[in-house]
Ligand binder design. Sequence first.
Ligand code: DX5
Ligand code: ZN
Length: 222
Amino acid sequence: MVKISPSILSCDYSRMGEEFVNMERCGADWLHIDVMDGHFVPNITLGAPIVKAMRHVTHLVFDVHLMISDPVKYIPDFLKAGADIMTFHIESDSDPAEAIKLIKEAGKTPGIALKPATPAEAVFPYLNDIGMVLVMTVEPGFGGQSFMVDMVPKVAAVKAKCQQLGLDNMYIQVDGGISEKTITPVAEAGANVFVAGSAIFGSENPATAISNMKKLADSAGK
Ligand code: DX5
Ligand code: ZN
């Protein structure tokens, strides 16, 4: 069940298509696509047309992380462009129930993301309706930040609630500062999807970085 989802925020944007194909060759399970609007977070990345163009180069699952103020307004565009997992922030201005509905109607998987200051309990009312919880392990906005170890109990709280509700197939994703050095405690706490940008794209051997992280997470999760 462990998935590694390289964050393309750290890729070489001048060769984006090749980078996506290379990640598939290197053993990535999903591709994490960070969408930022310069409003919800102080940075701007890319929009649905880029996702649509990239959809032609790989069959990997597109794990789209919306860090935008009004997800409901843009979710239809990203779904049409080829997003498979569509994650929005609970702290955004949109109604979570409406966002979930849009994603489910398209037959795709809704995910809810929590910023570091947001408690695990904020997502509990929606757990039965979503397929993934994303626990941010850095402040969203930029790649290359340090992993916040104090987010580990939040991952454990989400995991415990999912177990209590019998939601054994829930993806619990962590994003921010994940590397071979930091993956073990979050995997032990119950995370099963690991986003990594700089640890993969900044590595001399991304395939080895991916396989090492997968092995560490697999053994920690047992
Ligand atoms: C941060 C993004 C992350 C980021 C992770 O706002 O959501 O996906 O790219 O990058 P690293 O792994 O370098 O912390
Ligand atoms: Zn992300």
